[in-house]
Write a protein that binds this ligand. Structure first.
Ligand SMILES: CC(C)(COP(=O)(O)OP(=O)(O)OC[C@H]1O[C@@H](n2cnc3c(N)ncnc32)[C@H](O)[C@@H]1OP(=O)(O)O)[C@@H](O)C(=O)NCCC(=O)NCCS
Length: 173
């Protein structure tokens, strides 16, 4: 399945994305803003592990490659939380550094959220968390209609620093 925007297409990750994944994801500036599941260095072996994950065969799909000019240049996706939070999804995204600032993730994430709410009628809230040093990501979320609900003080450790994390959310209208 494909979700088509004007700047990019969201589509399933494929085994033949390995080279572009390594080329674009092996970047410390990206890793520094992602949770630890996103590896660094992003080697060919790590790409293979990601591309073989069962989530790429899930129905409905929850993980998408962001494709620009026929190449997978980033990713966006979500997971549905469990227990009493099963009506909430937690989402994220990244894109290759040369493409920063072109509005691509704003479009991709907006398309993803529309798909999520349309596909999962039981989900009423999408959350995203942003490290304190990442204003560009805060801006993306604001442009996608998210509200900053909290600054969670000393909420996590990244790159050796205990840092604050912004909590953003968008709820079903
Ligand atoms: C954050 C990231 C996803 C943004 O993607 P993008 O495609 O460049 O985002 P967009 O171009 O759609 O929008 C970026 C916005 O941030 C703004 N911005 C960029 N740097 C900024 C800064 N230092 N301070 C404030 N705003 C900033 C841009 O001006 C733009 O806003 P505008 O349209 O109002 O001018 C991308 O930089 C990235 O992949 N970073 C590394 C991984 C990451 O941070 N993932 C998110 C984890 S929460």
């Amino acid at each position: 399945m494909e979700l088509v925007g004007t700047k990019c297409v969201l589509r399933p990750w494929r085994a033949d994305d390995a080279d572009s994944l390594v080329k674009h994801a092996n970047n410390r500036k990206i890793w520094r803003n992602m949770c630890e599941r996103f590896p660094h260095p992003y080697t060919a072996e790590k790409a293979k592990v990601w591309l073989e994950e069962p989530i790429h065969r899930a129905e409905p799909l929850t993980a998408f490659a962001i494709e620009v000019d026929g190449e997978a240049v980033g990713g966006t996706g979500f997971s549905i939380m469990d227990d009493v939070h099963r009506t909430t999804a937690r989402a994220g995204y990244w894109i290759a550094e040369p493409l920063w600032g072109k509005g691509i993730v704003t479009e991709a994430f907006s398309v993803l959220c529309d798909y999520l709410f349309a596909t999962y009628s039981d989900v009423h809230r999408v959350e995203a968390t942003v490290f304190e040093w990442n204003p560009a990501s805060c801006r993306v979320l604001e442009k996608c209609g998210f509200t900053q609900e909290a600054r969670m003080r000393k909420n996590c450790i990244k790159d050796g620093e205990v840092i604050d994390v912004f909590l953003y959310a968008k709820v079903r209208e």
